[in-house]
Design a protein around this ligand. Structure first.
Ligand code: AQP
Length: 333
């Protein structure tokens, strides 16, 4: 008999249309795992609340995020897709885990430091305990692997520490999860400040490419990408962060290695290179965008997928949560 498949879990916040960073660092890789692993992918709307949201927008974006996951190749026949708030066990487990996570370790999370400085008027406790909810997302399904961009590595490591601590205190319960980080594209950088991560909440729209951007807009954004005055297409993150970022994007889009890219654009200006990068992104995103528009227009289908996904997730989550409740000593009849 075949060994059971290992489990994969990942989530994405419906805080806006996905960026090319979200796509390359995370979403693009998720469908590639669904044959080898038992995959669970989630639109984490509860995480999105850590930043102020317009309620109607959040609702709309949750649908859009789910549609984009399906359009990117996640097959609901193979993987579970659902919205986090539809499975209340996530927040129930988060409470138990928060009693096993230390204040000091949460304070060391770089994303908390970044986001609390960006949103200084709203440093809510959810922003602080966000990694515990993320640990619950992963541990509720006993996921072995968590495919994420490089910025989430620290949070997955924290989940692992919490799992280990819980197992030590109450007996073996949780799998110790591991991050799965792509070799190229783990950190796609801003097109305007290439030493900063590309982020959908950046105030400068030219800094990111959205998966929903039109071909014209994508071309314009790449043409205005900040580079250097050297004029040579060469991979050197330290001295040429802008060009190296574009090379990383082009490499993922075309499957070409850095040396091959350097040869391809040898003796050519940045203009030609930027156009080629933009075209590779446009060509990759076009079929995804067509599928996205088709799925979004079919609300009954989308709702059906999300209802079915949540029902199956609740069933699995309940089994694990009951076990945890029993282990920590909650009375059960
Ligand atoms: N620039 C990036 N490069 C590579 N991977 C990235 N990810 C995000 N940005 C990049 C990965 O995308 C997944 C989902 O991210 P998220 O929506 O949970 O939140 P985030 O990391 O906070 O993304 P943003 O775009 O920066 O959102 P805002 O601006 O709302 O905070 C994760 O796997 C992440 O690693």
């Amino acid at each position: 008999m075949d060994a059971p498949k290992k489990r994969v879990f990942s989530g994405i916040q419906p805080t806006g249309a996905f960026t090319l960073g979200n796509y390359i660092g995370a979403v693009r890789n998720w469908p590639l795992l669904q044959d080898e692993y038992d995959c669970i992918y989630c639109v984490v709307d509860q995480h999105a609340l850590t930043i102020r949201q317009v309620p109607a927008e959040l609702r709309k974006r949750s649908y859009e995020a789910a549609a984009m996951l399906l359009a990117s190749g996640i097959d609901p026949q193979k993987s579970l897709v659902f919205i986090q708030s539809h499975v209340p066990q996530h927040s129930q487990l988060a409470w138990v885990l928060s009693c096993n996570a230390q204040y000091g370790e949460l304070g060391r999370m770089t994303q908390f430091k970044d986001k609390s400085s960006k949103h200084a008027d709203n440093i809510n406790t959810g922003l602080f305990t966000y990694p515990v909810l993320m640990a619950a997302d992963i541990m509720l399904y006993n996921a072995h692997y968590v495919p994420v961009g490089g910025d989430q590595k620290q949070h997955v490591e924290l989940a692992r520490d919490i799992a280990q601590r819980f197992n030590g205190a109450y007996s073996e319960t949780f799998v110790l999860p591991q991050p799965m980080i792509p070799k190229v594209g783990a950190r796609v950088m801003s097109l305007q400040e290439p030493t900063k991560k590309m982020s959908k909440s950046d105030a400068n729209e030219k800094s990111f490419v959205l998966m929903t951007d039109s071909a014209d807009v994508i071309m314009k954004k790449f043409k205005s990408a900040v580079t250097d005055s050297d004029g040579v297409v060469r991979y050197d993150v330290e001295n040429k962060p802008g060009i190296s970022n574009l090379m990383g994007i082009y490499s993922v889009m075309t499957g070409k290695g850095f040396e091959e890219i350097e040869k391809e654009f040898d003796g050519q200006g940045y203009g030609t290179f930027k156009t080629a990068v933009a075209e590779s992104v446009i060509d990759t995103l076009r079929p995804v965008q067509d599928e996205y528009n088709r799925i979004l227009a079919d609300k009954p289908y989308l709702e059906g997928v999300l209802k079915d996904g949540a029902e199956k997730a609740r069933y699995q989550a309940n089994k694990l949560l009951s076990k945890v409740y029993r282990k920590v000593g909650f009375a059960q009849f």
